[in-house]
Design a protein around this ligand. Structure first.
Ligand code: AMP
Ligand code: MG
Length: 347
């Protein structure tokens, strides 16, 4: 079985945020100066802007925290928690509080999304080459045999001790950046910063409002033309996290396109009608876990989830080029694409 979609240009993925200069002019001299820091970590360009407080210290502390999280969570670094867990041959491994928290969340979200989020897919992702860039389409038998060891419910955690079955390996890539956004915001607050925004590849997270009291404007990319924006939403104190098929993919000689979010049911790229899912909510970790899971679940699963938990907002883009967004952001959603957009009907 192959999954075929359109081909499109390879472009840097994710969301951009507007830090409009005109708004910044409206604030007092003292608050006006934003401090900014670029960090490359977790395979991602990150930018943090902080206003007020001890912004310089906050940014330095945030950078340290990002690098610490990368050290703990990297699936390829031989000194990380995840590496230790993946090379434990079935024995219990002591991990940091960060890793334990994320593993617990991954198991919880795995349950809530009927296994759509499955951190034990790592051996399958490796087989596709998504971890190295040496892409190939695995044969069905290889996939079947690798899938025998894929089951998030077999990850056991007690306190800070994680135990996996012998052939099982985990990867926290679907959640790590969301958690990192939360931790950056904590660092900002601890250093008196009341207004900050961070862009981590496809994710944006804001602390408070802009220093002039207005909302942040966040642009969500058009998955059909990822160098252009599809819509703009206004947020304060929220994470805006997108999973899309355009973020990492490869095309074979016969024109088939394969992307990095896999369906744990068959080990193939999830192809359930959605090309991107944006989750907007208070907690970056939750939004990140959900964006990946709902991409796998498809439109019906995503709407069902929204019904069960309306504390989140969603922007879903279907493979027939339609945008569906939840009622909670209806007043702050501006469609700047030529695509049809409608509010998700929950009844
Ligand atoms: P995100 O960009 O947050 O949607 O995360 C996608 C990344 O999570 C991929 O690049 C893989 O490393 C990993 N991944 C892919 N499919 C799944 C899945 N169904 N469950 C958990 N992690 C996944
Ligand atoms: Mg995610």
């Amino acid at each position: 079985m192959v999954k075929k979609v359109f081909a499109f240009a390879l472009l840097i993925s994710g969301l951009i945020f507007s830090s409009g200069c005109s708004e910044e002019k409206a604030v007092s001299e003292a608050d006006m100066s934003s401090k900014s820091r670029d960090v490359f970590a977790m395979d991602t360009f990150m930018n943090i802007k902080a206003y007020g407080g001890n912004a310089d210290i906050a940014l330095s502390e945030a950078e340290k925290r990002i690098l610490q999280l990368e050290d703990e969570l990297s699936v390829t670094s031989e000194t990380s928690d995840v590496w230790a867990v993946d090379h434990s041959s079935g024995t219990a491994v002591d991990v940091s509080d960060d890793t334990a928290l994320i593993v617990n969340k991954a198991i919880e979200m795995g349950k809530k999304t009927n296994g759509a989020l499955d951190i034990t897919l790592y051996p399958v992702l490796k087989e596709w080459g998504f971890t190295t860039g040496e892409y190939k389409v695995p044969d069905d038998n290889t996939l079947k045999s690798l899938l025998k060891n894929v089951d998030y419910s077999k990850v056991s955690i007690s306190g800070n001790k994680v135990t996996l079955p012998k052939e099982t390996e985990i990867d926290l890539g679907a959640l790590a950046k969301g958690y990192t956004g939360d931790e950056i915001m904590k660092t900002m607050e601890e250093n008196g910063v009341s207004s900050a925004i961070v862009s981590l590849g496809g994710n944006v997270q804001a602390l408070g409002k802009k220093p002039d009291g207005s909302n942040w404007k966040v642009a969500v990319r058009n998955p059909f033309a990822p160098d252009t924006d599809m819509c703009i939403i206004e947020i304060d104190d929220k994470a805006v996290i997108t999973s899309g098929n355009y973020e990492r993919y490869f095309t074979t000689d016969d024109g088939n396109v394969y992307w990095h979010i896999l369906d744990p049911d068959d080990g193939y790229p999830a192809d359930n009608g959605l090309v991107s899912v944006t989750v907007i909510g208070d907690c970056g970790l939750d939004c990140d876990a959900l964006s990946t899971a709902l991409f796998v679940e498809g439109y019906d699963g995503a709407v069902e989830f929204l019904r069960s938990d309306p504390s989140f907002d969603l922007i879903l883009v279907t493979d027939d080029m339609k945008i569906f967004y939840s009622g909670g952001i209806a007043d702050s959603f501006t469609n700047i694409s030529g695509m049809e957009a409608e509010v998700i009907a929950l009844d």
